[in-house]
Design a protein around this ligand. Structure first.
Ligand code: GDP
Ligand code: IMO
Ligand code: MG
Length: 430
């Protein structure tokens, strides 16, 4: 089957951008199926660094077609800025990027509502969102008052829907901004954003189904990690969409029979941004070492990422809910000189051993990780291209993770650029 889903298995920032930049070379189409400008995918090559928010990493591979599908929430201002930034750096976007007419749009009032909720009730209601308006936009979609790109492109429809939304939300918005000011700002922006976005808009479900019919290779790229999934993540400390592989269908208008394999990306340790439980979090010098060596600062918000040991129940849950067939291990180089290394293999809660990631809020918050301790290793040269040349304890670490997870890693990443990767399998991902 010529399609593959590439997704994060933890709380995000697993290195999706790098891996899509590497494996996307083999694809014809690279597609975002959920999330929005909350994502921050970093791609480093030829001494250049790009951080992509809405546009799939495939845009950095010449001639690839990129799609922002209907499951994504698009901020017209952010996409305009992202396209302009890419064009300024000589990346051709026009004719290569297609945005679903059915994608819901983020407006300034969504960002106001996002921030208002974050700041309303103190620590108890704070999710630590990116404040990009993601939650309120998905809420409008489900509430059936959302505004889609196709609506935005029709001025009369848009004005009517905008009025409906402003009046529905006035009681909250008016605490932070004037409705008249907001309306004027949105309408003024629409005057130049509408003609700008028009050439990118199309029926991306049709585009993708036709491509699949012609046996083109399609890669679906998740915006977030599985533990941020609205259903299977650490609810309520999650994002407002489904990064899991099953959401490709609804997020792209592509039937499940068209989805081929699923590739999961796992970082050699764990990170998380924002609030919420993280059983293996390290609030000590080792956590700081991982943050400093791994440069663990948010690609979208710049916030320091919380760092901790590899959490196997987290990744095992991801393997299960996504139907992952192949894994990629990233950032093994960051563990250099961390000695010993711990791997969380289960949790303990109220005297009981939990092998699976729990669903109870109390259990997730209060469970204690059960660790296996393994010896550390020294620096890993990013020049290495053969698994056998890795330091012996690094090899043992990888093999031990495979055993605990019950799946093999097809790639081991040891640096930011796509060349800095070891391929451990001849098996095709397609
Ligand atoms: P994404 O959101 O999953 O695409 O990940 P981010 O781009 O937010 O964060 C991953 C960070 O790690 C980026 O700065 C990457 O350049 C970097 N990175 C990716 N793979 C590796 C690796 O194997 N080793 C190191 N040292 N850095 C990596
Ligand atoms: P990438 O693409 C890490 C987190 C936020 C917050 C929660 C909800 O870089 O993997 P939201 O703004 O989505 O309503 O915030 O989700 N979050 C991410 N954390 N990486 C991301 O994307 C994230 N996108 C959202 O920090 O905890
Ligand atoms: Mg990121």
């Amino acid at each position: 089957m010529p399609s593959v889903v590439v997704l994060g298995t933890q709380w995000g920032d697993e290195g999706k951008g790098k891996i899509v930049h590497l494996l996307g070379k083999q694809a014809d189409y690279i597609v975002r199926y959920q999330g929005g400008p909350n994502a921050g995918h970093t791609v480093v090559f030829d001494g250049k660094k790009f951080v992509l928010h809405l546009i799939p990493a495939g845009i950095l591979i010449p001639k690839k077609i990129c799609v922002i599908a209907n499951g994504v929430v698009v901020d017209p201002l952010s996409i305009h800025e992202e396209i302009k930034l890419l064009e300024q750096r000589d990346i051709k976007v026009k004719g290569r990027l297609f945005i679903s007419e059915l994608a819901h749009l983020i407006f300034p009032y969504h960002k106001i509502l996002d921030a208002a909720k974050e700041d309303a009730g103190g620590k108890s209601t704070k999710i630590g969102t990116t404040r990009k308006g993601i939650g309120p936009t998905y809420a409008d979609k489900v509430e059936r008052v959302g505004i889609r790109l196709i609506d935005y492109l029709e001025p009369d429809t848009f004005s009517r829907l905008l009025e409906q939304n402003l009046s529905l939300k006035a009681h909250i918005i008016e605490k932070y901004s004037s409705i008249d000011k907001l309306r004027a700002e949105i309408l003024e922006q629409a005057e130049y954003l509408r003609p700008f976005l028009q050439p990118f808009a199309c029926d991306t479900s049709k585009l993708l189904n036709e491509a699949l019919h012609k046996k083109k290779k399609v890669m679906f790229e998740s915006a977030q990690g599985t533990l941020l999934d609205i259903d299977f993540g650490t609810y309520p400390y999650v994002t407002s969409s489904n990064p899991i592989a099953g959401s490709v269908g609804a997020g792209c208008g592509v039937g499940p029979s068209k989805i081929g394999s699923v590739l999961g990306i796992a970082k050699a340790y764990t990170t998380r941004v924002g609030e919420g439980p993280m059983p293996t979090e390290l609030k000590d010098a080792v956590g700081e070492q991982l943050r400093a060596t791994g440069q663990e600062f948010g690609a979208t918000t710049g916030r320091p990422r919380r760092c901790g040991w590899f959490d196997a129940p987290v990744v095992r849950r991801s393997i299960m809910v996504n139907g992952i067939k192949d894994l990629v291990l990233t950032k093994i180089d960051v563990l250099a000189n961390v000695d010993p290394i711990k791997i969380c293999v289960a949790y303990k809660y109220k005297g009981k051993l939990l092998k699976d990631f729990p669903n109870s809020r109390a259990a997730i918050m209060e469970c204690e990780p059960v660790y296996e301790t393994v010896p550390g290793f020294g620096a890993i040269s990013s020049e290495l291209r053969n698994f056998k040349d890795l330091p012996s304890n690094a090899k043992k670490y990888v093999l031990r993770l495979e055993k605990i997870l019950g799946l093999k890693f097809t790639l081991v990443s040891l640096g930011k650029s796509r060349d800095e990767t070891i391929s451990t399998s001849k098996k095709s991902i397609w």
